[in-house]
Design a binder for this molecule. Structure first.
Ligand SMILES: *Cc1c(COP(=O)(O)O)cnc(C)c1O
Length: 424
């Protein structure tokens, strides 16, 4: 089936007389006839559900829908995007290992990597995503286990050269992990450009209605773990906690990574989405193509309008001819650059705050990428833990306003922005 059809039907096809919507299986546990039946599940010899901390049918149906949209071989849902970023790395790296990451990533991901995971003994090198291939190569070490970047970075709005990153990762025998939150598979499918693993904060466009925090990981099935078995012993050697199962042998190249993340990391960390939240995500994905088209059209028009406004110092939107990322966006995001636009109000930090206070329709929210327009000043909110040098490295200037353009009527949006800019 094609993309728009999969948004509605992938992951769940009801049988005769069955509910037309994905059923919400609101149950912690599942019943079995014999202990032997259940024992097979614990040894990973049979597949089935026993406890929702590890797996739940509603979550799995929704994960299968997202898997189809990204073109992957296996997928899992998590309770947040943060959990997805953490699991995606911790599934293949442990104390003593090293990761190379783009420096223009979401502030929460930066803190997770640079502070919390560093305390766990995993070192990160942050590189400018626009660096040369030689600079990228030089960041790798013998103990590097993955390369990480964001398709469209939140909030810097840099566009990742996925092919460049994939070449570097594969030259060093490691997978490329791409956070595809802002683009969604409606605008870019990173696997088509060589990425191996995709992560999401489903909290954003995939849910689309600011209803439920969630995350997801999708595996392309393209990375050959056994060809680099010495780097990934967790996938290629027996796991004693499951009677000596070797994930790559039992679940193959397409299933090993996600199975390990579910049966080890979900078991131990319990970052499980509620079935109700998984259901909300599945419902949101049904209208993803319609919403993304409107977000992109509105944002493109708003960005062009802002560019001509006398009180606006600069506008960053990769869909604007002349934007630093215009060419990369033409290649990787031909259908649009999502709804997020950033710009500077003339007069710096104080002017930006006055502008935001004057908005009537757009709400100030620590959120982006949902149906209703919202706006944020990252330097005083999501990125406030960073010093000025780190802010600059992350592509966030003190006057930056991040505008998440919703799917309201365009004239109403522009009228609101116009009256607020008048008050600056
Ligand atoms: C929001 C966000 C995250 C974190 O997701 P949560 O669902 O808030 O935990 C990760 N990456 C990107 C690009 C994000 O925008």
């Amino acid at each position: 089936m094609n993309f728009d059809t999969n948004c509605l039907h992938a992951g769940y096809r009801p049988g005769n007389g069955e509910p037309r919507n994905i059923p919400i299986i609101q149950s912690t546990t599942f019943r079995y006839e014999t202990s032997a039946d259940m024992g097979k599940l614990f040894d990973l010899e049979a597949s089935g559900y026993f406890y929702t901390r590890l797996q739940n049918p509603t979550s799995d149906m929704v994960a299968a829908r997202l898997c189809a949209l990204e073109g992957g071989t296996a997928a899992m849902l998590l309770s947040s995007g943060q959990a997805a970023s953490f699991f995606s790395i911790f599934n293949i790296a442990s104390a003593g290992d090293h990761i190379v990451s783009s420096s223009t990533i979401y502030g929460g991901t930066y803190n997770l990597f640079a502070v919390t995971m560093k305390r766990m003994g995993i070192e990160f090198t942050f590189i400018d995503p626009d660096c040369s291939e030689d600079e990228l190569d030089a960041a790798f070490r013998p103990n590097t286990k993955a390369l990480f970047g964001e398709t469209i970075a939140n909030p810097a709005l840099t566009v990742l050269d996925i092919e460049k990153f994939a070449r570097a990762a594969h030259a060093h025998g490691v997978p490329l992990i791409v956070d595809n939150t802002f683009a969604t598979p409606a605008l870019c499918r990173p696997f088509e450009w060589g990425a191996d693993i995709v992560t999401h904060s489903t909290t954003k466009y995939l849910d689309g209605h600011a209803a439920a925090v969630g995350g997801a990981i999708v595996d392309s099935g393209n990375f050959d773990w056994t060809a680099h078995a010495d780097k990934y012993p967790g996938l290629t050697t027996p796991d004693d906690s499951y009677h000596g199962v070797t994930y790559t042998e039992r679940f193959g190249q397409g299933g090993a990574y996600v199975t390990k993340a579910v049966v080890q990391l979900m078991r131990d960390f319990g970052s499980t989405p509620a079935p109700m939240n998984a259901w909300l995500l599945g419902m949101g994905m049904e209208t993803l193509p319609l919403r993304m088209a409107k977000h992109c059209a509105n944002a493109q028009a708003v960005a062009q309008w802002l560019q001509t406004h006398e009180k606006v110092a600069w506008v960053r939107y990769a869909g604007l001819p002349g934007d630093k990322y215009y060419d990369l966006a033409q290649k990787y995001l031909p259908h649009g650059c999502c709804g997020v636009v950033s710009f500077g109000v003339k007069g710096g930090r104080a002017a930006a705050e006055r502008f935001m206070a004057g908005l009537k329709l757009a709400s100030i929210a620590t959120h982006v990428a949902d149906a209703k327009t919202c706006v944020l000043h990252p330097a005083s909110a999501t990125h406030r833990q960073m010093n000025d040098a780190e802010l600059v490295a992350a592509g966030v200037s003190p006057d930056l306003v991040r505008l998440s353009v919703g799917i309201e009527d365009l004239d109403d949006l522009i009228a609101d922005l116009g009256q607020a800019l008048k008050q600056v």
